[in-house]
Design a protein around this ligand. Structure first.
Ligand code: NAP
Length: 300
């Protein structure tokens, strides 16, 4: 089974990047894009995010052998309902949502009896919209497939092959485990960034001008994450509630332990933790998941 026609529903950062990556790395595949927002469709046409831009979701999917839903996780169910009656019999339906268990349920409810293989390319930036996409977004990044129990193995292999063509490395995982792993590697870090940036902007003793002026001390690195799309992240926290709350509980305990170490002057505890975390950064660089230059390679 191979993919010839891909329908991309939602033409923001993820949908646009998929369209551009296909054009660059798999030009034999024909892409049709659709977005609920007419201005986004217009911009997608101008940027060539897909070979054709359809005016309705049904028109976009009617010839597709792979449909990828690239909308916020809270909109997945509605987007799936909109294509239900127009899908060709053998089409594979997938998505790129950042949380997987609730999306799998929403898709299964909207599209009973269909071949649904959810996926999550662990690649992104803090930008969103039709101007944000770029073709190399998925290169050397992991794409996690979360096939439901009893999923069609051929369809899983076909989807894996598709993502490999776009430059991704494939991992297969149970949806629940995915949600726990991503809670700690992505969702909690976003929550912390949103909190620290929010706290700084609410301070009265230190002015907002001072916060911005001295941001190179570390604050600005949190502001990149905290500038991420509010709709997307609202939906991630509402849809990955259980795993996020579990990981947040652990994080809060660790934070309290650090608070205690600082209060009691326990330098050994602080030094031991900071040495372990430095080693994690080294491993990320060794595995090619970030730039090894100091300060992320920023020019000074
Ligand atoms: P985005 O740039 O905001 O694009 C999403 C687009 O989908 C918007 O243009 C939105 O239009 C449109 N849309 C919403 N409901 C729709 C519907 N029913 N039918 C058609 N289009 C619809 O978001 P993104 O960053 O690409 O994120 C898309 C998905 O990828 C999310 O599920 C997110 O969790 C996941 N993801 C994101 C990242 C990241 O770093 N950003 C990384 C990995 C995965 P409106 O704005 O008018 O609603």
């Amino acid at each position: 089974m191979s993919i010839h026609n891909v329908a991309i529903i939602g033409l923001g950062l993820l949908g646009g990047s998929i369209g551009l990556a296909i054009r660059e790395r798999a030009p034999d595949i024909v892409t049709t894009g659709y977005d609920a927002d007419a201005d986004v469709r217009k911009r997608a046409n101008e940027r060539g995010l897909a070979n054709h831009i359809a005016e309705t979701a049904a028109e976009a999917v009617c010839k597709a052998d792979l449909v990828i839903l690239c909308v916020p996780v809270g909109a997945m169910g509605k987007a799936a309902e909109e294509i239900a009656d127009a899908l060709p019999d053998n089409a594979i339906i997938s998505d790129v949502g950042s949380s997987k268990e609730s999306v799998a349920i929403a898709l299964a409810n909207a599209l009973p009896g269909r071949t649904i293989i959810p996926a999550h390319p662990v690649a992104g930036t803090e930008q969103s919209g039709p101007d944000a996409g770029f073709p190399s977004l998925f290169a050397e990044r992991w794409c996690i497939l979360t096939p439901p129990e009893g999923a069609d193995e051929q369809a899983v292999a076909t989807l894996a092959e598709f993502w490999e063509k776009l430059g991704s490395k494939i991992e297969i995982m149970d949806a629940q485990h995915h949600d726990l792993v991503l809670a700690v590697t992505s969702h909690i870090p976003h929550l912390i960034a949103y909190t620290i940036v929010g706290t700084a902007s609410d301070l009265e003793e230190v002015t907002r001008g001072e916060v911005i002026k001295y941001s190179a001390g570390g604050f600005r690195d949190f502001t990149r994450i905290a500038a991420s799309d509010p709709v997307m992240w609202r939906d991630v926290f509402l849809n990955n509630k259980t795993a996020v709350l579990e990981m947040l509980g652990r994080f809060t305990e660790d934070l309290t332990a650090l608070q205690r170490a600082i209060r009691s002057g326990d330098g050994e505890t602080l030094h031991e933790l900071f040495s372990r975390t430095r080693a994690i950064r080294r491993s990320i660089i060794e595995q090619g998941q970030d730039d090894e230059r100091p300060d992320f390679g920023r020019e000074h």
